[in-house]
Write a protein that binds this ligand. Sequence first.
Ligand SMILES: Cc1cc2nc3c(=O)[nH]c(=O)nc-3n(C[C@H](O)[C@H](O)[C@H](O)COP(=O)(O)OP(=O)(O)OC[C@H]3O[C@@H](n4cnc5c(N)ncnc54)[C@H](O)[C@@H]3O)c2cc1C
Length: 391
Amino acid sequence: MRRSAPDKPDVLLAGGGLASCLAALRLAETRLKVVLVEAGSQICGNHTWSFHQTDLPADDLERVAPLIAHSWQSQKVVFPRFERVLSTPYASITSETLRAAVYRSENITVRENSPIEDLGADHAVLDNGDRIHADCIIDGRGFSDAPGLKLGFQKFVGVELELDRPHGEQMPTIMDASVDQQDGYRFFYVLPFSPTRLLIEDTRYSDGGDLDFEALHSDILAYAATRAWVVKKAVRTEKGVLPVTLAHDVERFWSAIPAATAPIGLRAGLSHPTTGYSLPMAVETANLIAALERPLTTDRVRRAIYRYAVTRNREQAFFRLLNRMLFRAAEPEKRYIVMQRFYTLRQPLIERFYAGRVRLADKMRVLVGKPPVPIHRAIGCVSEARALAGE
Ligand SMILES: Cc1cc2nc3c(=O)[nH]c(=O)nc-3n(C[C@H](O)[C@H](O)[C@H](O)COP(=O)(O)OP(=O)(O)OC[C@H]3O[C@@H](n4cnc5c(N)ncnc54)[C@H](O)[C@@H]3O)c2cc1C
């Protein structure tokens, strides 16, 4: 239900995407009055947000459980050299499930079709001239390029297909990289939603962010044909171009964020540098904001998110190094070898990698042995400062 906005909400969240909606739900639980202001015709867009269940601690998993539309007890990967099943449970939240939870919350008011033109520390100005005041303004308006970042791209098109006959897939295929390598590291991602329904994505880890939607769409149909899946109809499509962070100067990045705003989600650069997944960090951020001392103010949230971003940035240096090796040391058509080798490692390490919480021993394990890329090129990737300087 979309209620009329309270005269002065406690919190205004700019943008009704993943990070804002998760934060709104968490704040609403603490009985704060929240307004979500979304430019598009509906909050939550058109997404399938998936995660490895080991990405989240048990209490967070319980909290997001009502949002989960599909879940599986295992997953697999396929490479030219081997196929491997992992017993890591996987789950997907969809735009529909998240939207429904937000609409249901009595403490959240949603304003859609309302592009924000200006944000201050205590107000937002909409394109129709409306001004909404709140002591706490949080900016969740999604990715915006900023200084202090060197990026590669993970780009993909996804098509949800209804098939003529059951496909027989019991678990998600996180990567099928046994396919033709094109435009960088390329793999298909397959989620079985029902016995006759699949989401298939064609993903590429590429140097450029341009996405040829039609070409990838027809490649997905061709892939389905190679698997002998007979398509009855295409039900839905989604697409994305996500940043893969090669180098990140967190201080420079934050110096470009207007001082009067408190960013979250991709706006604050909060995603896994390698996978581009942002759901686990969005859940953590929502918890962090909800636990802050009251009254909640823009400045208090900004300072807390800044501290969190700086800490996570330090912890993620290793992932950015791996990204540089993937993008700068490996030939584009050989990038899959890096991932193929990674998937020979032990399952708990792989789980910690996806959760963004690797230990020192994990890092050594990933780096020891014969490198899957030329050694002189790997050494050339070590310095993040040089990568930032464009060398
Ligand atoms: C198709 C796709 C699939 C993805 N799959 C996964 C996945 O499986 N797992 C995962 O963890 N991550 C996934 N990601 C990556 C990441 O989690 C998402 O991009 C996520 O939606 C980012 O969350 P966010 O809240 O920062 O931004 P968004 O969800 O992009 O939300 C930003 C919102 O702000 C609104 N907005 C922008 N400007 C204005 C304005 N001026 N006024 C008002 N509103 C505005 C936008 O319309 C949008 O609704 C996926 C991304 C895409 C694109």
